[in-house]
Design a protein around this ligand. Sequence first.
Ligand SMILES: [Zn+2]
Length: 474
Amino acid sequence: MKLRFLGAAKQVTGSMYMLQLDSGYTILVDCGMDYEVKKNPVEKPNLFPFEPVDIDLVLLTHAHIDHSGNLPALVHQGFSKHICCTPATAELTEYLLYDSANIQFHEYRKSLGRSKKTRRDQIPKPLFSEKNVKQTVEQFLTITLNKDYKVNEQVSIKFLEAGHLLGAASIEITITENNKTTRIGFSGDLGRSNSKLVKNGEIFENVDYLITESTYGGRKHIVTQSAEDELMHYIQKTCVEFRGRLVIPAFSVGRTQAIVFTINQLKKRGLIPDWLKVFVDSPLAIKSTPVYERHNYLLNQEAHDFMNQYGSLFKFEGIEYLEGMDEHDELMNYYDPCIIISAAGMVEGGRIQEHVSNNIENPYSTILIAGFCAEGTLGHRLLQGQSSIRIKNKEKNVYAQIAKTDVFSSHPDHDEVFGYIHKTAVNSKANGKGLQKVFLVHGEEPQLLAMQKSVLEDGLTTAVIPSMEEEIIL
Ligand SMILES: [Zn+2]
């Protein structure tokens, strides 16, 4: 069989891998949007280096757009078979894909409005429409964790908890061909141990090959205190002592729920004053938060203990979820101390831009970056300590406090990913032939090289860094 690396090779986004059996049966694992290509669309005009109609099965690890975002385009271009994922992933992906279709449509309309008539046909059209999303959702086939599913005589699959996001899974594929059985593990995106809300990830029992993320290879998360203590520090300093506003850019799915739950925990401990309001300004967060409640069997012990004692994880006195633009506009004119959680996490687009713009020149406000910010994004520029930034077409001085926290990171750091590979190798040796090879993906090259070095020094298996469109015979 052939394993092809069609995305997230020597880069973070655009996860997409293909397994092609000798019989011709073809499986695609993830079909994510590639932000690097989005920046340079001319370099890679074809979204798929294959015919979508030739794919027999898609396996989706989790809902994040860099893993799911090209599915409607795949369907639009002729893929008509099943997309297997967990029930929670199916629900979250549906919301994220509709949101993505909507963003693309509005960006396209905006570009059309700005360009000269003669150049309008050069503006890249949206990759897909809401109609394509509807069709994609109809092709979802939901399957539960920890259960073996026989796809056909040659292929069986099993999804394991990944600990990264509600519903996120690592996927084990067992292939039998030419009288040989080969087990391949795709980590998907992994999570940190003891994350807020989600359970810890599981390790494969026995795989011959492992394809694993290494987003934070060579890096260590700086976490010196609990999420509650860390967040309370910023709330106390900004909202209580300075009477200012704490603005937290956060992804609507995952990060927002973790932060709201942490504030709820602080509230129940009596640490948050009654007068302090919390605003969640994100329609997508309003849609996705009930998914956490519907699939609460996926939540960890801490969340269950809290639910048993207090009921809701995400609703409490003083929190307001804002959906419409009128509510958003009202908040823009609210000048009392408060906490504002809004998307997008990297401060690129979305309602958060207006909140950052509104608070950036206020020395009593704090902008707390709670996640990864890719180079070139506004979040990244803020973290570099620039004294002025261009936002909403205006140059503004940075007088607000800019802070960063790693406590809500949803990706493991170097030591945690290395531990995951090491344990997979130990398990696979105890239960089978041993882990033959690790393929390091979903990371920039320096991060992948740092991880490769650790794995090679460990000596239990070997590690390679595949290039984009590299093809390997297993
Ligand atoms: Zn992810």
